[in-house]
Structure formats: C-alpha cells, structure tokens
Design a protein around this ligand. Sequence first.
Ligand SMILES: [Zn+2]
Ligand SMILES: [Zn+2]
Length: 178
Amino acid sequence: MKRALLKGPRDLVVEEVTDPAAGPGEVLVRVSACDICRSDVHTYTGIHPFVIYPVVPGHEFSGTIESVGAGVETELVGARVSVEPSFYCGVCRQCLSGRDNICANLRVIGFQAPGAMCELLTVPANRIHLLVRRAIEPADFITHRIPLENIEDAYRLLLDPDRNTFKVLIEPGARDAE
Ligand SMILES: [Zn+2]
Ligand SMILES: [Zn+2]
C-alpha cells in the first residue's frame, strides 16, 4: 500500500510499504477520506509539541472495514466507519479515575501512533463508529440548529466521509430555529 510518511518537520515522502494485517481485537480499515486539520499543519511544520517522528499523519478519517482480526465479529467486514483516534491504556491512575482523555500513556493516531494518510490502517475494534449515509443535510444543521435530541443524526453527519472536513460546534442547549 501507499502511505505518506512525515520523516521530520517539512520532510514528507510517499512510499510503498507492505499491507498491514489486523491483529487480535483489531480491524483493518481501507481509508476513503482523511482531512487535514490545524494539528496536522502543526505536525508538518514541526511546532506540535507531542509528535513523535517519523509519523504517518492524519487523525480525522473514515473508511471501510477490509478485514478483522481474531476475536472481532466478521459481520463488520464491509462496514463504513470513522475512528476515534485516541488510544488510552485503561490501567494508569488517570484512566482508573475515569479521566482516560488525559491518560498517562495516551497515544493518538497521526501523532504518536500511525495515522490515516495511507491506504490501509489497523485500529482496535473498540475505536470504530459505524456510519449512516447522509442522515441529514448540512444546511439543516447550520440554519435550523439541530436540537440536542437529534444529536445522533448530527454526529453521523459530522462523520460522513463525503463531508469529512465539515465541522460544526454543537452548542449545549441549541434549539431548532423552527
Ligand atoms: Zn484534528
Ligand atoms: Zn491510561
């Protein structure tokens, strides 16, 4: 497969490497879209403080499950997914106190773990989210302020690979304009 490897700041190469395979508890995702967010720009220019080079960048992406590893439901093959990019250890003090977002051993796809600017990527199966195509139109979300009861729809929209770069802040208490 092809992947983009950032060997260091402003030193990006596209190279051919062996296809990865899903290990136990993992799925293999064929990446269909991966956006570039400001963190990626900071990673590229070398001002992101937590990047470990060399790294394959890209942490906001979606794709289709190509295969699954041992212990993962085979029905997932073919499913369209997006991926939560943070991997926490589950055993450190922060994780055990329910604050896995500040896990002492946190690894994030595209920063400390291999990212999605590649054709195939393995991720833990518990990090995937299934996608539903075009749950709502983006204009509805912006102009009519989708109410929080419909947060699932809004979430699916935000994760739609066709609109992968489309981001909107969801404000608590937002109400439908109608
Ligand atoms: Zn980002
Ligand atoms: Zn932890």
